[in-house]
Ligand binder design. Structure first.
Ligand code: KG4
Ligand code: ZN
Length: 370
């Protein structure tokens, strides 16, 4: 019986989970999203502080909800990248401490592999999920930091065949949400408001349709939205904005910008039209990928999968290709969580991949790629 404790502190969620084989026995998450909301993005220092405050608590709770003691664990799986350096460090240090005490292997998990493996988590109602997902498979990862197409011939064999040249789709949702005056993260706000809007109102372009490369691009769409806001909105006085970007993520800065007043209907129409173009590009590029690489299953993972229009669009696309479509059935598995890290760690344990003999040697890799 393989019990794995998973830990993830890559961004703004502090999470620990326990799985028994593929079955998730617990998946505890403490989010610091509210602390970042008014800054328009995740502030690394706030995230670190919150991880330090919560890490012991989530680990204890994950073990007690699973009904096991740490002595029963076979290994500890921890996210070592990609993510915010000072945030990753908190989880890695806790994982090392536990692995040392129990004399068990420490497994370094790629957070994006975790998003794929969120589909393999065994929950009530999908007990045979492991046997149902057939290889080869194509996984579309759509989160706040990534937009990637990953081809897998077998377990833990990742081949990145598509990626974004600039912003990720989640980032586009967040930035457009910010332009429309909604708090971070913008995705849920856009989906909610889009449901009352007319998606045909503005004809936002779908980028990269002329290219055979499996590349995504969201910066043009973001600019197109800005142009519409400037043309239909009423210019307001200069206002202050507190969003700034650094290589480590968002940092609080104060800058002056012109803002535009929009009616509720205008905002909803922009949100709906943006959402249609954003998802349209995901579908267009995934269709190209499926034409090029015949697979048996299509998987999606990452926060943007929370969007119901995404589920509808990809259910339809999988039908078109007569292949199976999988997405994590529980919301908790869509946002950042340690359950997916534990389940991925379980496969890595089974196949003996990336298990550190020397516990001290595992280090964070903020820009880790699949
Ligand atoms: O996977 P995730 O929780 O964190 C990262 O690893 O980045 O993804 C967060 C992203 C954010 O950009 C957020 O705006 C987006 O997922 N998101 C959504 C929705 N819910 C969350 N995007 C579109 N529609 C949603 N309903
Ligand atoms: Zn994530």
């Amino acid at each position: 019986m393989i019990y794995i404790l998973g830990i993830d502190t890559s961004c703004d969620e502090t999470s620990a989970a326990v799985c028994l084989e593929n079955r998730l026995l617990s998946n505890v998450i403490v989010s610091s999203v509210e602390k970042h909301a008014k800054w328009g993005g995740v502030v690394p220092a706030f995230a670190k502080q919150s991880h330090m405050e919560n890490i012991d608590f989530v680990v204890e709770k994950a073990l007690s909800e699973a009904g096991i003691k740490s002595t029963a664990l076979s290994a500890i799986a921890v996210t070592y990248g990609p993510g915010l350096a000072i945030a990753l460090e908190v989880g890695i240090s806790k994982a090392k401490e536990l692995a040392r005490i129990q004399h068990i292997p420490l497994i370094g998990v790629n957070h994006m592999a975790g998003h794929i493996y969120s589909n393999f988590a065994n929950l009530d109602g999908n007990e045979n999920i492991e046997d149902s997902i057939e290889f080869p498979l194509m996984a579309l990862l759509i989160s706040g930091g990534h937009t990637e197409l990953i081809l897998m011939e077998k377990h833990l064999d990742f081949r990145k065949v598509g990626y974004t040249l600039d912003d990720s789709v989640g980032e586009a949702f967040d930035k457009v949400g910010n332009m429309l005056g909604w708090k971070y993260p913008g995705g849920p706000e856009i989906e909610r408001n889009a449901s009352q809007g007319d998606s045909e109102k503005y004809n936002f372009p779908i980028a990269m349709t002329k290219s055979d490369e499996l590349w995504f691009s969201y910066s043009g769409l973001k600019t197109a939205v800005l142009r519409v806001i400037e043309s239909v909105g009423k210019p307001m006085n200069l206002s202050t904005s507190n969003v700034g970007m650094s290589p480590q993520g968002f940092v609080p800065t104060i800058s002056k910008k012109v803002t535009y007043e929009l009616s509720k209907a205008q905002k909803s129409n922009i949100a709906a039209s943006f959402q249609k173009a954003a998802i349209g590009q995901l579908v267009f590029k995934t269709r190209q990928a499926l034409e090029r690489y015949p697979v048996k299953s299509l998987l999606v993972g990452g926060g943007v999968v929370n969007n119901q229009k995404v589920i509808v669009a990809f259910t339809q696309l999988a039908k078109e290709f007569d292949i199976q479509f999988f997405y994590p059935k529980s919301r908790i598995l869509l946002t950042d969580n340690a359950g997916m890290i534990a389940v991925c760690g379980r496969y890595m344990f089974q196949y003996g991949i990336n298990m550190s003999e020397d516990i001290d040697s595992l280090d964070r890799v903020p820009r880790l790629s699949l």
